[in-house]
Design a protein around this ligand. Structure first.
Ligand code: FMN
Length: 173
């Protein structure tokens, strides 16, 4: 059976949910990443930045925009050095300004994706998959980009059946 790895970033703390700022004890993408792990018998790799983003939602929005403008590669606490053991790589993250947080690119840019299949997964507040597939084409050279999955952040906890269906139809096919 094909082996799957889920590489994900997810932020706890303040986030925008259905029109208001709420405090999340577990990030939306982390909830979805764990559903994917269970459905695909996958391994998880969590991307964590050395410098924490601002706890205030609106300050974090500004920081993220600044990073995107600078095409920043924030330093990570741990790096994954190889994906040689895996056939499928799911790249999951929150939609930040229409794409993944720059920290996701810090990790992707260090890996050799030749011959792999990659799948975009995004949690969001309305933008859907946004630029995730385009970003994977750019940052996972040599990989085939498969069908993605978009989950509305506020519905992450109730998304398990949608995740299982997507895994069966795409990743585990
Ligand atoms: C810095 C920042 C930028 C965001 N930009 C967008 C966006 O462009 N489009 C969108 O639909 N949601 C946007 N959101 C909302 C998040 O994508 C959404 O809340 C997501 O589910 C958060 O996932 P997480 O809890 O795993 O971090 C943004 C949130 C933050 C903090």
């Amino acid at each position: 059976m094909a082996k799957t790895l889920v590489i994900y970033y997810s932020k706890t703390g303040q986030n925008y949910v259905n029109g208001s700022v709420r405090n999340l004890e577990k990030g939306n993408t982390e909830i979805v990443a764990e559903f994917i792990r269970d459905a695909a018998d996958a391994d998880l790799f969590k991307i964590e930045t050395v410098k924490e983003y601002a706890p205030d939602y609106f300050d974090c929005i500004e920081e993220a925009q600044q990073e995107l403008r600078e095409d920043a590669r924030p330093e990570l606490k741990n790096y994954l050095d190889s994906i040689d053991d895996y056939d499928n790589i799911v790249v999951a993250g929150p939609c930040w300004w229409g794409t993944y947080p720059c920290a996701v690119f810090t990790q992707l840019d260090r890996l050799d994706f030749a011959g792999k299949k990659v799948f975009p997964v995004m949690t969001h507040e309305g933008s859907g998959l946004a630029g995730s597939a385009r970003a994977l084409k750019e940052h996972c050279a040599g990989a085939e980009v498969g069908k993605g999955l978009a989950i509305h952040g506020a519905e992450a906890a109730g998304s398990e059946s949608a995740v299982v269906k997507w895994v069966k139809e795409t990743v585990a096919k």
